[in-house]
Design a binder for this molecule. Structure first.
Ligand SMILES: [Zn+2]
Length: 233
């Protein structure tokens, strides 16, 4: 759509780049679970960190159950596939994130923006053979924050970036989790399943209905009539 991003929007990351700035040295007051986005953007702040996959319960629930595949391999018993690092309390696998705030000046107006990147290696369940499937999930999104729902609704059709309502504080972990869930494949499948035999055990049609339950989030996100958007505490 021509003109959509008119006005010469500034560099997405905005602000001057100081090569000596330590990405991991954030203000002691900076709490990613209660991020003051307005200040974060105004100060062109930059923060990074990581959480265990287990700390993102909806993401953890989207993973393959640790006993997956066992029923298919009843005859083999002890050979049931085991996943590395999938102990009951798995904190080894991390969701790494990086957030950069910026103000974009446009038509005398300071727009509040947040650039969010996140990566994680998750273990999904192949919906064809039901065995574990390793998947690298990557999130790279730009969010524009606006004053209220009306402004968000008005902008939503205009720009491709996410539009969120600016609240006093933002739970960055919830936002990272939302975006991670949206980035998961709708129907995870091995390119080539490790065991062709698995096919005869499952009703493939029924299995496919278990597609990523968070897929609907993508649709809800676009519907700003409700309270819309990810959780903002
Ligand atoms: Zn498979």
């Amino acid at each position: 759509m021509p003109g959509r991003r008119s006005g010469g929007s500034s560099d997405p990351d905005g602000g001057p780049v100081d090569p000596t700035y330590n990405l991991f040295m954030t203000s002691p007051a900076l709490d990613p679970l209660r991020l003051n986005v307005a200040h974060f953007a105004a100060d062109a702040q930059d923060a990074a960190g990581d959480w265990a996959v287990a700390e993102l319960p909806r993401l953890a629930d989207s993973e393959c159950p640790p006993d997956a595949g066992a029923p298919l391999k009843g005859a083999v018993g002890a050979d049931a596939p085991k996943l590395p690092g999938r102990a009951a309390r798995d904190t080894a696998r991390r969701v790494r994130w990086h957030a950069v705030g910026s103000l974009r000046k446009l038509g005398g107006e300071d727009q509040v923006w947040l650039h969010l990147q996140a990566d994680a290696d998750v273990v999904l369940q192949c919906q064809r053979c039901l065995l574990p499937l390793a998947e690298s999930v990557h999130v790279d999104r730009h969010f524009r924050f606006v004053a209220d729902e009306d402004a968000a609704a008005a902008l939503d059709d205009e720009i491709e970036d996410e539009v969120l309502v600016l609240a006093r504080s933002l739970n960055l972990r919830d936002l990272v989790e939302d975006e991670m869930l949206l980035a998961l494949p709708l129907v995870p499948r091995h390119e080539v399943c490790p065991e062709a035999v698995a096919m005869q055990f499952g009703d493939v049609e029924a299995v496919e209905e278990k597609a990523n339950p968070f897929a609907s989030l993508a649709i809800l996100r676009k519907d700003k009539s409700g309270d819309g958007g990810p959780d903002i505490a």
